[in-house]
Ligand binder design. Structure first.
Ligand SMILES: C[S@@+](CC[C@H](N)C(=O)[O-])C[C@H]1O[C@@H](n2cnc3c(N)ncnc32)[C@H](O)[C@@H]1O
Length: 390
């Protein structure tokens, strides 16, 4: 193991640190989530992912045809696509699809026994209403998943070691207001209180469990929401990305390489014209170790999904010295390039902290000016990333 966890300070809480010198490009850790789920809209729009591990269930070619709405696309080098749709299996009792029998079994044992429409373990119409309500509140691009809360509650009902699982969930940092900094989570402000209480009531009638009755109080529910908001890691899987990565590895003559690269560029152009930036199966997961990674506006590591499923890889993007803190960016690429005020505002509203990364601390005077462009970008984010205001 090339990392360890320790308390940074009272403000930042715990953080992930390098146990030894790490070279840029090294894999720091790989991890599977405690729980994960595809986003509701992503699923509704027929991005086909394994219900358990989020592996995209199509071949790269099928994916391109669907995204570009063009059935005549033929990808070269089909051997570079590692998807195996022939191993896909349905739940034995409903339409849910898994990439393998192993995933079907794990899903059933962890949560699907409760959530399967054919089971009588909970009120399925209440679950459907909840999912619809969620989609009505939270349009794409999605940033959270009500399905994840459903899975956590279903798992609590199914777990033999209930208390251990609840403790593991509650170990993720989870406050809905930062009393020291006087910040409340953006999704939990007054303007969303009606929506949050509707969701809480619906969740309660569908999946209430006595062992976590404190999650169903007004504050308890906000804390669970904040737990997801501040710890969940976005997951994107794509058979197409794997195909492209494998194409990059091919040993080709220079002219063949140029042809293939230009074919890939044209393909992405076509996909962009129809599907925009929504190319991946998307969801979110809770990762026990990775969630201890604090944010930096100038990070030294990044998260990626190299296996076309929920298995996360944390890689160094700079050389790290032993005992140096390992940091990732919680911001999109676009937000990361904005001024300090915009970055800080996003982090305050979504993650409840005033950023104390080295860049923000040392650049505070020079980088303190927010341009008009920053404000425009912030408005876009406000429109895109949140529950709808009443
Ligand atoms: C995903 S958790 C990271 C691990 C967390 N420090 C812990 O103790 O579990 C995100 C939380 O860590 C803290 N945090 C992360 N990056 C920070 C930063 N750059 N400055 C201040 N606090 C930070 C904030 O409280 C944030 O809500």
């Amino acid at each position: 193991m090339s990392w360890y966890i320790k308390q940074v300070d009272d403000g930042k809480g715990y953080g992930l640190f390098a146990k030894q010198d790490i070279t840029c490009g090294d894999v720091i850790l790989e991890e599977e989530p405690l729980v994960c789920s595809q986003f509701s809209w992503n699923k509704l729009y027929k991005y086909r992912a394994c219900d358990y591990c989020l592996k995209s269930l199509e071949t790269a070619e099928e994916m391109c045809r669907r995204l570009a709405q063009n059935p005549s696309i033929n990808l070269p080098h089909p051997e570079c696509c590692k998807a195996k749709p022939e191993t896909n299996v349905h739940c034995l009792n409903c339409e849910e699809v898994y990439c393998s029998m192993a995933c079907r079994e794990k899903a059933y044992n962890e949560y699907h026994k409760t959530l399967c429409p054919s089971s009588d373990q909970c009120d399925k119409s209440a679950l459907e209403v909840l999912d619809e309500t969620w989609r009505g509140f939270h349009f794409p691009p999605e940033t959270a998943s009500i399905q994840m809360i459903m899975r956590i509650l279903a798992r609590i009902k199914q777990e033999d070691k209930k208390e251990e699982f609840i403790a593991a969930i509650e170990r993720f940092c989870h406050i809905s207001t930062n009393n020291v900094e006087q910040i409340a989570h953006k999704l939990l402000g007054e303007q969303f209180s009606n929506q949050i209480s509707v969701l809480r009531d619906q969740l309660k009638s569908a999946l209430f469990d006595e062992s976590v009755q404190h999650w169903f109080t007004t504050d308890g529910f906000k804390n669970i929401f904040a737990l997801l908001g501040t710890n969940q890691q976005g997951i994107g899987s794509s058979a197409l990305s794997v195909w492209v990565l494998n194409c990059d590895e091919l040993n080709l003559q220079e002219s063949d390489r140029l042809d293939l690269d230009s074919c890939i560029d044209d393909l992405y152009q076509e996909l962009n014209n129809v599907a925009g930036t929504f190319l991946n199966c998307e969801g979110a997961g809770l990762y026990v170790t990775q969630s201890k990674c604090n944010h930096s506006c100038d990070p030294n590591a990044e998260v990626s999904y190299l296996y076309n499923n929920h298995r996360l890889t944390l890689k160094a993007t700079k050389d790290l010295n032993q005992d140096e803190e390992i940091t990732i960016s919680y911001l999109s690429e676009c937000l990361q390039s904005r001024g300090k005020i915009t970055r800080q505002e996003f982090l305050r509203e979504n993650y409840l902290f005033n950023c104390q990364c080295n860049k923000c601390m040392t650049l505070s005077e020079i980088d303190d000016v927010t341009s008009d462009e920053d404000y425009d970008e912030k408005d876009d984010d406000d429109n895109n990333n949140n529950l709808l205001e009443n």
